[in-house]
Design a protein around this ligand. Structure first.
Ligand SMILES: *Cc1c(COP(=O)(O)O)cnc(C)c1O
Length: 367
């Protein structure tokens, strides 16, 4: 049997048709009509007013900080329970991260600890990067209210949560900026790429300027500011245009896979799945669970013995050696989740039989 991966790419067939169009037009470059089409498709789907295709989600997060004027010594609040790509740009900008723990209700940023972090910060924080982990929504209504009160720029890391909504509003469109990723393992993949969205046309124009080497509008190459080469390739955007046609189906299928796992494992006492907030419709990018007393590493190796990929939950940023000097407001939730959690294979080509096969192996270890 073929190896069962955590979240492999799932192509539709139209990708190659659109790539062929790109080749016919010879726009084998960053920028070009496919990038514009992909940006428009993201805006149409998420209702984000403006979008900019980038070379990665990490690059889009960096642009969001740069456009927000975050620089050396500025405090940037951030979810601790996340992937490094979420927060690396804080260091690119030589800013100071202040990590905030997760809430047991959502596994995402705790609004209570956010208020505590703002109160305890040595100076007013300028921005917040909030992650919607594993495609499940953070408590955005409260988070936005707190940040608005304190004049904090909100950047949503929706890299894992494209297609997820809270009260009908897409993740990535609540804050000042939203970021999506099309890396190989995300719900949609262009093999690599990202998207920055915003309500501000000016902010997206500025991000475009920085993403294209900060060239001044002169016939020769004139530079007053430092920029980056962060634009999306027109070839890869063709893949994105085809992938966007099936986003709704992909969300439905991920949620269906989650339902199958619930059915197969839900009655085991020590197993709990990642929760979903009231009003939220996550994309269930990965089905994730925690174990009450069994060792997740034993489950992981048992699955690996059957050529099935699973993985521990993200190791919180405040536990990473890279951030050993960073401040954090924590209450043990993410550490606990990290110690007892597991991500299960959740690719949209999985069948119910696959889910049952995985679940049977898990059951044998934990019961
Ligand atoms: C994938 C991911 C990113 C980074 O996206 P890339 O496109 O791989 O740079 C950022 N944050 C989270 C939470 C992610 O899962």
């Amino acid at each position: 049997m073929a190896r069962l991966f955590l979240s492999p790419p799932h192509m539709t067939g139209n990708e190659q048709r659109y790539i062929a169009e790109v080749f016919e037009s010879n726009y084998i470059a960053p920028l070009g009509p496919m990038v514009t089409r992909f940006e428009q498709a993201i805006c149409d789907y998420t209702q984000a007013p403006f979008a900019l295709g980038t070379s990665s989600g990490t690059a889009a997060l960096h642009l969001a900080l740069r456009v927000s004027g975050i620089g050396e010594g500025d405090i940037v609040l951030a979810s601790s329970f996340t992937f490094i790509g979420s927060v690396a740009a804080i260091l690119y900008q030589q800013a100071t991260p202040l990590f905030i723990d997760a809430d047991a209700k959502s596994w995402n940023l705790s609004p209570e600890l956010l208020e505590l972090a703002i109160a305890r910060a040595p100076k007013p924080p300028k921005a917040l990067i909030v992650t919607h982990l594993y495609g499940q929504c953070a408590e955005m209504r409260r988070i936005m209210a707190i940040c608005r009160e304190h004049g904090i720029v909100v950047i949503e890391d929706a890299a894992e949560s494209l297609g997820a909504t809270l009260d009908g509003v897409h993740t990535g469109t609540w804050g000042d900026f939203g970021v999506y990723s099309f890396n190989g393992n995300k719900i949609l993949s262009t093999s690599g790429g990202g998207m920055l969205v915003s309500k501000s046309e000016e902010a997206i124009a500025k991000a475009m300027f920085y993403a294209t080497q900060a060239k001044e509008p002169t016939p020769w190459y004139e530079h007053k500011e430092l920029g980056y080469n962060y634009r999306m390739s027109n070839v890869l955007a063709a893949i994105g245009v085809a992938q966007m046609e099936v986003l709704a189906e992909r969300v439905t299928q991920r949620r269906r896979i989650f339902g199958w796992y619930q059915e197969a494992l839900g009655e085991i006492d020590e197993i709990d799945f990642m929760p979903e907030l009231p009003g939220a419709q996550g994309n269930r990018w990965l089905t994730t669970l925690t174990l009450g007393h069994s060792d997740p590493e034993r489950v992981r190796t048992a699955l690996e013995d059957h050529d099935i990929e699973s993985r521990p939950l993200w190791k919180p940023m405040h536990l990473q050696p890279l951030f050993s000097g960073a401040e954090a407001v924590t209450d043990g939730v993410s550490e606990q989740l990290f110690s007892c959690g597991l991500c299960l294979p959740s690719g949209t080509q999985m069948t119910q039989e696959d889910v049952i096969r995985v679940s049977d192996i898990i059951r044998k270890v934990v019961v």
